[in-house]
Design a protein around this ligand. Structure first.
Ligand SMILES: C[S@@+](CC[C@H](N)C(=O)[O-])C[C@H]1O[C@@H](n2cnc3c(N)ncnc32)[C@H](O)[C@@H]1O
Length: 215
């Protein structure tokens, strides 16, 4: 097992605590709304790197089923406790041939060794008209600076992260044959401020995270 996955196993128990703090709750709601905006209202989807399932749980509806896929056994155990359908595995090898209407990832791109390999796998395992949505930390924003700094100081998780621009993500998706049909930014305020600007707007250097919809 890689050091990266070991790090997620270690933090699994406390992972959701931040989402309950005043700032973390605003971030959670902003990211959830951004994903909800980009994925179909119906169908079977997979959250790649679903972690504890905290997002999948809140995005699941009667019409929308979400499978949680994650290589960290301790993280996926938490998703299982939420009674979500779960698969222990990596996004680079998805055992769901042509079953998927949509796929999405939330701050997972930063931890992938081979994003393009994973994008190809999503494409090959999804229905023809599927949607693939990626929410990532914007390397050009203050949030990007913050997480880079935390990583440089030895944070067990963010020391393994790599950060991207919208152009980087767009180029990687295009390499696999995807086209970005929508892109938005949120967390548009400074991460040091407790009050988070959660509007979903055109992406810019102010956007702490960016979400793209690829088709
Ligand atoms: C920062 S966490 C995000 C978890 C969840 N998406 C959230 O936002 O709460 C990153 C997750 O990506 C998972 N991960 C790392 N490498 C992966 C890979 N190759 N395929 C799928 N998931 C991976 C980790 O185990 C971890 O749960």
């Amino acid at each position: 097992m890689s050091d990266k996955i070991k790090a997620f196993n270690v933090v699994a128990e406390s992972y959701d605590i931040w989402y309950k703090h005043p700032q973390g709750k605003q971030v959670f709601d902003a990211e959830k709304n951004a994903v909800n905006h980009m994925i179909p209202k119906q169908g079977i989807g997979v959250e790649i790197g679903a972690g504890t399932g905290v997002f999948a749980e809140s995005l699941t509806t009667e019409e929308r089923t979400i499978l949680c896929l994650d290589p960290s056994v301790e993280m996926i155990k938490k998703a299982k406790e939420r009674e979500l359908p779960c698969i222990l595995g990596v996004g680079d090898s998805i055992p769901l041939r042509k079953l998927i209407d949509f796929g999405y990832m939330i701050t997972v791109l930063e931890f992938l060794n081979e994003p393009i390999k994973l994008f190809k796998e999503v494409r090959e395992n999804s229905k023809e008209n599927h949607v693939f949505s990626i929410l990532f930390i914007n390397t050009e924003s203050n949030w990007g600076d913050l997480y880079r700094d935390i990583g440089a100081k030895g944070d067990p998780v963010f020391q393994h992260a790599r950060f991207y621009t919208l152009e980087d993500v767009s180029m990687m998706l295009e390499e696999v044959g995807y086209r970005i049909s929508d892109a938005k930014g949120t967390l548009n305020s400074d991460p040091m401020k407790q009050e988070v600007d959660v509007d979903l707007v055109e992406p810019s250097k102010q956007s702490g995270v960016i979400i793209v919809k690829a088709e």
